[in-house]
Every structure is written in C-alpha cells, then in structure tokens.
Ligand binder design. Structure first.
Ligand SMILES: C[S@@+](CC[C@H](N)C(=O)[O-])C[C@H]1O[C@@H](n2cnc3c(N)ncnc32)[C@H](O)[C@@H]1O
Length: 197
C-alpha cells in the first residue's frame, strides 16, 4: 500500500494518526486537500500519546507539526491537559481540561473562532460532548472526532446522528485493527440549520 502524504507525515512525525497507526490520512486529505493554502485557524485537542517532554521537538507534539506542514498559512492551536511547548511562530499551546466547559470557553475567548477542530484528547464520551457543545458555535468548517471505535463512545455516535444527521460522516480506516473517525461538516450543517429555522 502506498501511504497518502498525510499518512506519511503522521508516521514520520511520530503521530499515531498515520501509516503504521490509525491510517486516517486518506480521510483527512479528502476533506482538507482544498484548504491547504488558506489562512485558517486550526485547533487540535490532545497532543501526544507519549510522556510530555515539553521541549518543542516534532516528536513532542507530532500532529501539531503535521498540521503546520499541511496548512501552509494556518495558525495552529494545540490544547492538552498536560503542558506542551509551542515551538514555532504559527503555533500556540494551551493547558486545559476538555471536559470542563469553562476551560473550553476560556480558550474560545482567547483564540476563537476556529475553522477546523480535531478532538484527539481523552476519548471519554462526556469530555468529547462537553468540548463539542461548547465549540460548535465557534467552529466554521469542520469538526473531527477521532477514535470513536471505542465501545463507550456509542452515545457520541448517537448524538452526532441525532443532531447533525448526514452532516456527520463516520469513516472506518483500513488499518489492521480498524479505527474510526467522525467529521461534522459544520458549514453545511449551519447553512441547513439557518435556512430551515
Ligand atoms: C491520543 S493522545 C494525542 C495524540 C496526538 N494528537 C497525535 O496525533 O499524536 C491524547 C492526548 O490527550 C490528552 N488528554 C487526555 N485527557 C485530556 C483532557 N481531559 N483534556 C485535554 N487533553 C487531554 C493527553 O494528555 C494526550 O496528550
């Protein structure tokens, strides 16, 4: 199999999203390929699956680096319950608990709105839903939630289906153990929502 560019970047950076891991690159590319040069604001919650070194290296916050490479003109915001260093001008990091609405709203006040949000944090349903409910009004284009294959996330899947209908797409990756990521097409959902209300 020939990995996509994003799968390769994820793999080379040490993120688990790509080649040798969850193989989400193909799905992300299908959504994000036309946005590469846009001056976006991208937020990722959850920055490393290793002990935090907080040294600004690629392997410390791998997926943030990949987003900075993929989105050439974007500002990349990272948030994690552990402190991480932001190693370049276009990146900023915040320490917060995604399960606390007040923490998320403080982030929105400091940095919102966001064009794209990626939730790769605790993967607990209650945390996922707290972040989503607080960030949705402050997100413009896409909201991704990774690793929804976890059994306990059934209520998140039910919520996405009930609230967002066909604007919430789930994608099953071809990786060995099977991994599943959801994407809410926020812009399309907001258009539908305002035109029917
Ligand atoms: C799967 S790792 C992120 C992997 C990284 N995005 C990548 O692609 O390599 C999950 C991260 O979520 C963070 N995390 C766990 N609970 C959290 C919470 N309640 N709020 C914010 N971040 C949390 C962890 O500290 C960890 O850094």
């Amino acid at each position: 199999m020939n990995p996509t560019l994003l799968d390769r970047l994820f793999w080379q950076s040490g993120s688990d999203k790509g080649f040798g891991g969850h193989l989400y690159g193909e799905f992300y590319e299908s959504k994000l390929k036309d946005l590469r040069n846009k001056p976006l604001k991208v937020l990722e919650i959850g920055l490393s699956n290793k002990p935090a070194r907080n040294d600004g290296s690629i392997s410390d916050t791998p997926s943030l680096w990949v987003w900075a490479v993929w989105f050439r003109n974007a500002q990349i915001i990272g948030a994690d319950i552990r402190p991480f260093k932001a190693p370049m001008d276009r990146m900023k990091t915040y320490t917060l608990d995604q399960g606390k609405g007040a923490d998320i709203m403080n982030l929105v006040e400091a940095e919102g709105p966001f064009d794209i949000v990626i939730d790769d944090g605790s993967h607990l349903s209650s945390d996922i839903l707290t972040s989503l409910k607080n960030l949705m009004d402050h997100t413009n284009l896409y909201y991704f939630i990774e690793d929804l294959h976890i059994t306990g996330n059934l209520d998140v899947i039910a919520y996405l289906d009930f609230i967002f209908g066909d604007c919430a797409e789930s994608w099953w990756s071809a990786c060995e153990r099977g991994r599943f990521v959801a994407c809410i097409e926020v812009e399309r959902w907001k258009k539908q929502h305002t035109s029917t209300s």
